[in-house]
Design a protein around this ligand. Structure first.
Ligand code: 5GP
Ligand code: MG
Ligand code: MG
Length: 193
């Protein structure tokens, strides 16, 4: 049997480091959400935010709703197409609500910008972003928060294609409890698309 770890070149953040940092981000977020007059809506971006969202919200002691959206811009490769689309929308009504978008990673910023515009159109009164990883070296568009929105980030990510803790390559590796760099030979064959 092949282990899920096969293909990982090196680990950037171990399971223990991830847990410790998620706890810190959750404490910061919880303090802000408790100060709001009504429950926030936490919007996870499927599928990558799955693990981070689950670990984060169970540590946030504040009333909140959880929902998911799906925004797709990547094919099976490691480069974004740059034109994200909302392919599955919210169930919860966010009009007049404080929304916290939970992402696995902010790379070019295209996905978040598209989603923030979408949530603003739905009438969210403020929009914060809580991302597990932030890769500022690759940013192409600034993230425009809305109202009193804040930007929360777990770790600053160096400019590698990383997998694990929700992040995939061709839908694999999401179940790794740590974050690692994929061996280049794992994606070299199709990185030209
Ligand atoms: P952006 O639109 O900011 O360029 O990209 C956001 C999305 O691209 C992320 O939510 C994630 O799905 C994917 N992405 C960007 N960088 C990486 C990376 O290093 N590893 C993985 N697995 N996905 C990434
Ligand atoms: Mg994502
Ligand atoms: Mg992906």
């Amino acid at each position: 049997m092949v282990s899920a770890e096969a293909g990982i070149e090196r680990v950037l953040w171990t399971e223990a480091e991830v847990a410790a940092r998620v706890g810190e981000v959750a404490a910061e977020l919880a303090a802000d959400l408790r100060a709001l007059p009504e429950p926030a809506v936490v919007v996870g971006v499927a599928t990558g935010a799955l693990l981070f969202l689950a670990d984060l919200v169970r540590r946030v002691d504040a009333p909140l709703a959880v929902d998911f959206v799906r925004v797709e811009s990547y094919g099976g490769g490691t480069e974004s197409s740059g034109k994200p689309r909302i392919t599955a929308d919210l169930k919860v009504d966010v009009a007049g609500k404080h929304v916290v978008v939970v992402e696995d990673i902010v790379d070019t910023g295209n996905t978040l910008s598209c989603l923030i515009a979408h949530l603003e159109k739905k009438g969210a009164s403020s929009i914060s972003v809580c991302t597990f990883l932030d890769k500022p070296a690759r940013r192409k568009v600034d993230i425009q928060l809305v109202g009193d929105g804040k930007f929360y980030s777990g770790f600053e990510c160096p400019d590698y294609f990383v997998v694990g803790y929700g992040l995939d390559y061709a839908e694999l590796y999401r179940n790794l409890p740590y974050v690692g760099v994929l061996k280049p030979e794992k994606y070299k064959k199709d990185s030209s698309n």
